[in-house]
Design a protein around this ligand. Sequence first.
Ligand code: PRX
Length: 648
Amino acid sequence: MSESYAPSPELAAQANGQESLFAEAEADFEGFWAAQARERITWAKDFDVTLDWSNAPFAKWFVGGELNVAYNCVDRHVEAGNGDRVAIHFEGEGGDTRTITYADLQKEVAKAANALTSLGVAKGDRVAIYLPMIPEAVFAMLACARLGAPHSVVFGGFSSEALHTRIADADAKVVITADGQFRRGKPAPLKAAVDAAIAHGDDESPVETVLVVQRTKGDVDWHEGRDQWWHDVVDGQSDTHEAQPHDSEHPLFILYTSGTTGKPKGIFHTSGGYITQAAYTNSVVHDLHPESDVYWCTADIGWVTGHSYIVYGPLANGATQVLYEGTPDTPHQGRFWEIVEKYKVSILYTAPTAIRTFMKWGDDIPAKYDLSSIRILGSVGEPINPEAWRWYREHIGGGSAPIVDTWWQTETGGIMISPLPGVTELEPGSAQRPIPGISAEILDDEGQPFTEAEKVGYLVLTKPWPAMLRGIWGDEQRYKDTYWSRFGPKYYFAGDGAKYDEKGNIWLLGRVDDVMNVSGHRLSTAEIESALVSHEAVAEAAVVGAADETTGQAVVAFVILREEAQERADEVGEGGDLVQELRNHVAKEIGPIAKPRSIMIVPELPKTRSGKIMRRLLKDVAENREVGDVTTLADSSVMNLIQSGLQK
Ligand code: PRX
């Protein structure tokens, strides 16, 4: 049975995203995007050419145009007389707060830009940012954008190992971090991971300066000459700074994401196209009305959602938003709803994994708070199951708020497939249609597009789009191979399975490659496998993403131990301690988000004759299903061996 929900007439009448946009984009694709760019963005120099796709798959958008992204996110709002508008309501985990207007933001960004200049950061230099969700993270990103120094934000939950790889790959000159971060009410060190990342191995680190925000006032090791306190360097700077225009295609940031191999990909984005699509989508998909809405995106700035829908989109639109440092259950499970009530949040953008967790905690928790300010709900990061969708609308959205289920990726830079809240009849569980200006299709195994309902295929994007990645940092070939070769150079292959329903809505069905989605975070099986194999006890490892009620998928690992380790494990009776040690080892190598839910010690792994691990079969085991077809295995008895070993 299909159910659908039409927008209310009031919303339909006042929504930013109207039906007519589809026809406009259809009639004149480039004209449509050129209009978005000119309407939403202030250009220091207008562009001559909307799209140059002559060197596909390397796109250039708004060619010849010049702009300053930070000026667009900050200064122009002050110049327009909105300096007193709150840009950020900061809510610290411990309840400390800070109200930052656009005029304040302008000063903070100017000081940070002046400080970075004084540290020798020039246009084109890379700056790594490894910070908790505090206002300085936003100041730092915008200061980099202002100077044209691409930032590489690394999620504060990543380990020093992961940070090291990212610093080295981007050749970052400066790292901006904090002494520590609050996690579930307690301070945890952060700078120590930067120290370890820089001291890592024998290679000389590119890092010249570590700029340290004081957040937890914990002890830190200090490296004279390299380390500087943010308050020493930034606070005394002039609070004015003249923003220089940069080319539309000037790199804005690098953001690492997991691919199908062990090495993370530095997805790189440029300025004019990215900011245009971020602003446009935040306006038409979230239906942001900056003069009246209070917007809250609960993502971390370490992920692309935080880049596009905390920093760049909402600030380019002059939004008032909440920035929350903490977790949903500290100090209590009503924390999110307390924040919604306090700031009268009207647009909330969060992830299905959080929604499922709230469902588990119980309806009575949100019911204690006044959530009547909410008028639009958003979902991002993974498919939202219809039960969670209905719960979200009922218990958070007062039974009437439209939910926009937004499909996109680090690579796409902005939302691609989503309902428009004032137009679309909503279908729970489906991201529905490409938004105006975006074109997608579903292909079969042979690369042929089809439109039959319920047939499963591969999602592809059929036209370039302004916020598309411009490549993988330092690896042109990998960019072509990963995205533009599976179905030939005409199609961007997203890596997701998809189908249509009988109404033509698109349903996203999860990754079709060796990428897992755990709590909306992308993890690669290969990356976790290599972390496991780097432990002395492990001879071989295979990792799968197993279905999990709360997190969508969970990491399940199968490992073969080295002989001595196996003997030791046998002697002690079981490998329990070792399993725990291996789980912690993965957390140390990558970060706690990658910690396997379970690790099974097995005598063999199922492999094809060419030696490829058949993860499909391991997934059957991990999900407690009968094991599927084993005929392509080199040794078909392996699965029996694994299963009898696990039953023991
Ligand atoms: O599999 C899709 C899933 O998340 C992947 C992108 O992950 P990442 O680059 O980390 O960006 C996450 C935030 C945009 C996609 O390939 N995904 C994201 N949003 C959805 C989704 N799957 C289904 N429905 C969504 N709304």
